[in-house]
Design a protein around this ligand. Structure first.
Ligand code: DQA
Length: 144
């Protein structure tokens, strides 16, 4: 099983950025934990602050990987182009957020990508990525 993780703008600063909201560990160190926890899964990771690069990555992997875990950062709330890219590819996409976007500012309650993802997980910090991984495992192999 092959899962592509895609992180959008400002998520390269996880660990340093607003730690009260997003925590104080870097995504790279969390990813190492995830890789160790699921040795049977191949994880690939991509991060960009550029909307078009996120779209290019979806096009590149979206016809081959088993699942895509996407934290689109603030593009979640604005990007019709990202929503169109998710719709255009075959691989299922799970939207994740570290924070509970529904308990924050009003503009964060709107997700342009939620309707085209198979589901959304928000509010569990880094654990949102593990929960999305579990959802892909359950979708492929059933509940274990
Ligand atoms: C975020 C929530 C977004 O509203 C915000 O713009 C981010 C991070 C999250 O993971 O909680 O950059 O996607």
């Amino acid at each position: 099983m092959n899962i592509q993780i895609i992180n959008g703008p400002n998520l390269n600063l996880l660990g340093k950025r607003e730690p009260d909201i997003y925590g104080n560990i870097s995504f790279e160190s969390y990813l190492n934990e995830l890789i160790q926890k699921y040795p049977q899964i191949r994880f690939d990771y991509f991060q960009s602050n550029v909307e078009g690069h996120l779209i290019d990555k979806l096009h590149e992997v979206g016809f081959s990987v088993d699942g895509i875990i996407l934290n689109a950062g603030a593009y979640t709330h604005t990007s019709i182009a990202l929503a169109d890219a998710i719709k255009a590819v075959n691989s299922p996409v799970i939207e994740v957020h570290l924070s509970n976007i529904h308990s924050r500012e009003k503009f964060r309650r709107v997700s342009m990508i939620a309707p085209v993802c198979i589901g959304s997980i928000a509010g569990f910090g880094m654990d949102s990525y593990r929960l999305a991984t579990e959802a892909f495992i359950a979708a492929k192999y059933g509940m274990r």
